[in-house]
Design a protein around this ligand. Structure first.
Ligand SMILES: [Zn+2]
Length: 435
């Protein structure tokens, strides 16, 4: 009976999907610009018939599990365990400019963590949504051990194929070394992130839990033009938030507007999250001012699951946090990521602090810098910026893990020294500000 109901439901979605897709293609051809972002993930209820029955049933079972888990957790307010998820980044580059450096990749993963831990800039979250923005208590590490072998979590492949991220004769070539791509690393215990040229207009996509046809293609795909945390305003997608958005999908979040947009009932199509407002459509290619209203209320266009420009995206809600954590529960669809030993190769308690443990880039810098402290303890770090006259222009106590970015745009041009003090050891680095 359940199966018959599901089939009827899928038939209805097939019809709406046809109408929706026709409209979407029309919309894209009219409004698409080079700076516009779209993503290849759609509401599974909206593209149900693209899935075979087994996949549809699997997705439904995962949804049922999450709904029940969330209902049981909703009122718990105690802090939850911090979950650290190992990631592997496959750089599948056609053009050498797409072959990002280790440091650039580390900055992108740190930016991802900052967004998930609410360590990003949250100034643009309007007052009415402030209380809904949460630290998801999920963070990410580049894998440092795979099959017992130390690694930096980055795999590089020069591909002979342009647009390697576009399926060719039905094959997702980017996922296979033999096809000019890069084979997945154990997708149950690592999040595989492929960076390679995607079809035009697609910034990225991700497989939602249960949706991949094969585990070998389970993961996240990002176009090189939308990858990286670059502290520069040269394009609209410079803060690495395409990855943040796709990681949301990978952990079972839908678009904030629920993927309506082509029919009269846009305000009936929900993202399934109780504390995100009903929203009519996406804010692709925009960074609007608040409030923007639809469906009888203000839209949460600054949610990471919208299409807004990177500098406008700034929050996940409590409801989204619960959804993501439900699939990371030990019996959840992605529960093995939680217990993965993919980052267990870290050296413990490195209590020395030397200039070699500190990386600052870009340097010279004009707006924000990325700071990487190679120390693995949770003692506070004294962080002080001294100008050429020996005056402290900034000082703060922070935890090493939280010290990721620092905005230097308010500093005058010149040479500075940044002092770090941890566990009674002091190290400094020179920084040049050149705006
Ligand atoms: Zn998306």
């Amino acid at each position: 009976m359940e199966h018959i109901l599901l089939s009827i439901r899928l038939l209805i979605y097939m019809i709406t999907k046809y109408i929706y897709t026709t409209f979407l293609l029309l919309l894209l051809s009219v409004f698409a610009t080079a700076q516009e972002k779209t993503c290849g993930v759609e509401n599974p209820e909206d593209f149900g018939l693209l899935m075979n029955d087994a996949t549809a049933l699997r997705v439904q079972a995962i949804k049922d599990y999450s709904d029940e888990w969330i209902a049981n957790q909703q009122h718990r307010s105690t802090p939850r365990e911090l979950i650290t998820i190992p990631v592997v980044v496959h750089i599948v580059y056609y053009d050498d400019s797409e072959n990002y450096t280790d440091l650039e990749i580390e900055a992108q993963i740190d930016g991802l963590t900052a967004d998930f831990r609410k360590l990003n800039n949250i100034d643009n979250i309007p007052e009415e949504f402030r209380d809904l923005a949460v630290d998801t208590e999920i963070e990410f590490c580049l894998a440092n051990i795979i099959d017992g072998v130390p690694t930096n979590g980055i795999l590089r492949t020069k591909t002979p194929h342009q647009s390697i991220g576009t399926p060719f004769n039905g094959v997702n070539r980017i996922c296979y070394t033999d096809e000019g791509g890069s084979d997945a690393i154990n997708p149950e215990e690592y999040v595989n992130i492929w960076v390679g040229q995607m079809p035009s207009l697609i910034a990225g996509r991700a497989t939602m839990p249960g949706q991949a046809d094969t585990a070998l293609e389970d993961g996240i795909f990002v176009d090189p033009d939308f990858f990286g945390f670059f502290c520069s305003s040269s394009n609209d997608f410079f803060l690495g938030r395409t990855l943040t958005h796709e990681m949301g999908h990978y952990l079972n979040l839908l678009h904030i507007w629920g993927d309506g947009g082509g029919s009269d009932d846009n305000c009936m199509i929900d993202d399934g999250i109780s504390d995100t407002p009903m929203q009519e459509k996406s804010y692709s290619g925009r960074c609007p001012s608040h409030p923007q209203e639809s469906c009888g209320g203000a839209d949460m266009f600054m949610n990471f699951m919208d299409y807004t420009d990177d500098r406008c995206l700034s929050m996940f809600t409590f409801g989204q946090k619960l959804m993501m954590r439900s699939v990371l529960d030990e019996d959840g669809a992605r529960g093995k990521l939680r217990t993965s030993q993919g980052c267990a190769g870290m050296t413990n308690s490195n209590l020395t602090l030397t200039p070699d443990d500190i990386t600052i880039f870009p340097n010279p810098a004009s707006d924000c810098i990325h700071i990487d402290l190679d120390i693995d303890n949770d003692l506070p770090v004294r962080f002080q910026v001294i100008n050429s006259l020996g005056q402290a222009v900034y000082s703060s106590n922070v935890f090493a893990k939280d010290l990721r970015t620092f905005n230097v745009s308010d500093l005058s041009n010149g040479v500075y020294f940044i002092f770090f003090e941890n566990n009674k050891q002091i190290a400094s680095k020179k920084l040049i500000v050149d705006k």
